[in-house]
Design a protein around this ligand. Structure first.
Ligand code: APR
Ligand code: ZN
Ligand code: ZN
Length: 361
């Protein structure tokens, strides 16, 4: 039986989001219905609202979520009703060239639910990143549900579903930060702070947080940064070199998504060091670098998409580290809000007042 529940939708560019009734169908083959317990507010939801991702309104927003599987469709064996899961936006196919080569994190045939959620009048909804979790319940592909230890707080581990995984994975998976490395993180919002947490987890010797907002630098310190640089007050490239014995950092993570901060990252690393771009640029942005410097400085310039994560490998492991007190995911939850608080949370996010607002249901 299809069910009517509450959901937060975006109807058009510039329009405030609306809390309305949505219809969640029974799970089709390979699908699962999940009762949402918590869902973080991410920049991507805001970009959806603004039409920056597609024009396919109305969108059902929300995609950093944890909840409990309520029902599953035909053929679903990996999860069952009652399982506590973190949702992911890349359910890998197991069958494409990347998957067959043993690199499923690069799967190019990821999938979503086989059926559509709708408004009461039958209008089909486009769920943000194939999830749509600012809702009492949502319909996803079962592969988008990753079982984790139910002892964990849904608000905290739900963040593994997007922003925290992106930042942490940028350091650990993409940047390969190792014990004793020096790391700099440029931009210390939710994503950058997660990169700081990842660098700490990986045993980095120095973690230099760079931001233009002193409050963000304080937060980064609380999460594990050993040094902070306010790049409005001093040149971050010089400062990072100075803090690393004149060399530059082994790994520099760019978590802003702008050409000027990318350039800082490029020059702030040691010879043969690694730059990881996890901040998302906009289409008009261009990068200009002397090609001779690209060649002469060696090393690697990488991009990190979703932290190069493999949800089935990373979510349960990171949840366990959280439960052991080794990864403070609670530090990322600035506030918990109700389902009708998403629009206000967007405004706080745009003003840079929060790492994450998390809707609790
Ligand atoms: N130099 C240093 N820091 C900067 C600069 C700059 N020129 N401009 C902005 N920042 C800082 C902001 O002060 C803020 O702390 O970058 C941080 C960005 O954080 P958020 O806006 O909270 O964004 P976050 O959720 O962390 O995402 C960062 O990653 O996933 C992408 O789309 C996301 O591009 C965005 C980036
Ligand atoms: Zn695949
Ligand atoms: Zn997100």
């Amino acid at each position: 039986m299809a069910q009517s529940v509450r959901g937060v939708i975006a109807r058009g560019k510039g329009l405030p989001v609306e809390l309305t009734t949505i219809v969640v169908p029974d799970p089709g083959p390979g699908d699962a219905v999940v009762r949402i317990q918590a869902c973080g507010v991410c920049h991507t939801d805001y970009h959806y609202r603004e039409g920056g991702i597609s024009d396919d309104y109305p969108f059902l927003l929300g995609h950093e979520a944890a909840g409990v599987v309520e029902s599953v469709g035909e053929g679903v064996t990996d999860v069952a009703p009652g399982d506590f899961v973190v949702l992911n936006w890349r359910a890998v196919c197991g069958d494409c060239r990347a998957c067959r080569r043993g690199r499923p994190q690069y799967c190019f045939d990821t999938h979503n639910a086989s059926r559509k959620m709708t408004l009461e009048d039958g209008t089909e909804l486009s769920p943000a990143l194939g999830i749509g979790a600012f809702a009492d319940k949502t319909l996803v592909a079962a592969g988008q549900c990753t079982k984790v230890d139910p002892a964990a707080s849904p608000a905290a581990v739900g963040l593994l579903g997007c922003g925290v995984m992106a930042g942490l994975g940028a350091a650990v998976n993409t940047g390969n930060v190792g014990r004793g490395d020096t790391v700099a993180v440029i931009g210390c919002g939710g994503v950058g702070c997660a990169a700081v947490a990842g660098a700490r987890l990986a045993g980095a010797a120095k973690i230099i947080a760079v931001d233009i907002d002193p409050a963000k630098l304080e937060t980064a310190k609380g999460i594990g940064a050993t040094h902070t640089v306010n790049s409005r007050e001093s040149d971050p490239v010089e400062a990072i070199r100075e803090l690393t014995g004149g060399f530059g950092a082994d790994v520099v993570i760019e978590a802003v998504g702008r050409p000027e901060t990318y350039e800082q990252a490029f020059y702030a690393r040691d010879l043969a060091g690694t730059v990881v771009l996890v901040g998302v640029p906009t289409p008009e942005m261009k990068l200009e670098l002397p090609l001779l410097d690209v060649f002469g400085r060696g090393g690697s310039l990488k991009s990190s998409w979703y932290g190069d994560c493999l949800p089935s490998r990373d979510f349960p492991m990171l949840t366990d580290l959280y439960l052991q007190g080794r990864l403070d995911l609670d530090a990322f939850v600035t506030e918990t809000i109700a389902l009708d608080g998403v629009e206000a949370a967007f405004h706080r996010m745009e003003k840079g007042e929060v790492l994450r607002s998390v809707v609790e249901l």
